[in-house]
Design a protein around this ligand. Structure first.
Ligand SMILES: [Zn+2]
Ligand SMILES: [Zn+2]
Length: 152
């Protein structure tokens, strides 16, 4: 992903989908009809979603995805970094599309648009502040939440 530009970019749903499918195939998994339907739905989703929303939305399709298939696919996507939890409401988690790897994301909590912020420059001043205190930073996690240009 070294081709990322040096400014925040939005994750395109179709690009996301083709990359996920490439990884599935690379891992020797099959692109079954239910799986394809799940990925297609997530790719066109313009808002954060829950696993139960997927179950309900896909119930009418010809290749209906069973609840276990939906939950297994959501788990796989989360474990491989293609989606991340953006909100948790009791027992239900809301997810948004992500890119795997070390990126920082800015997520719109209204529509689920996710911007990828390349690089870690923003954290360097914090790292050196901590170094002044004798603390050696060895890693970080940073997600930003807010409201995108359209939703404002
Ligand atoms: Zn938005
Ligand atoms: Zn970073």
């Amino acid at each position: 992903m070294s081709e990322l530009p040096n400014a925040p970019i939005e994750i395109d749903g179709n690009v996301w989908r083709s990359r996920v499918e490439q990884m599935l195939v690379a891992q020797g998994q099959r692109l079954t009809a239910p799986r394809t339907a799940i990925l297609a739905w997530i790719a066109q989703s313009s808002a954060p979603f829950t696993a139960e929303m997927l179950v309900a939305e896909l119930a009418d399709q010809r290749h209906a995805s069973s609840r276990p298939t939906v939950y297994r696919t959501v788990d796989w996507l989360r474990n491989t970094g293609w989606i991340a939890r953006v909100q948790s409401d009791g027992h239900e988690h809301t997810y948004a599309r992500m890119l795997p790897g070390h990126y920082h994301h800015a997520i719109c909590t209204d529509c689920g648009t996710t911007l990828v912020v390349p690089g870690c420059e923003a954290l360097q001043s914090l790292t050196s502040l901590l170094a002044d205190e004798g603390f050696e930073v060895r890693g970080h996690i940073l997600e930003l939440f807010g409201v995108c240009r359209v939703c404002r």
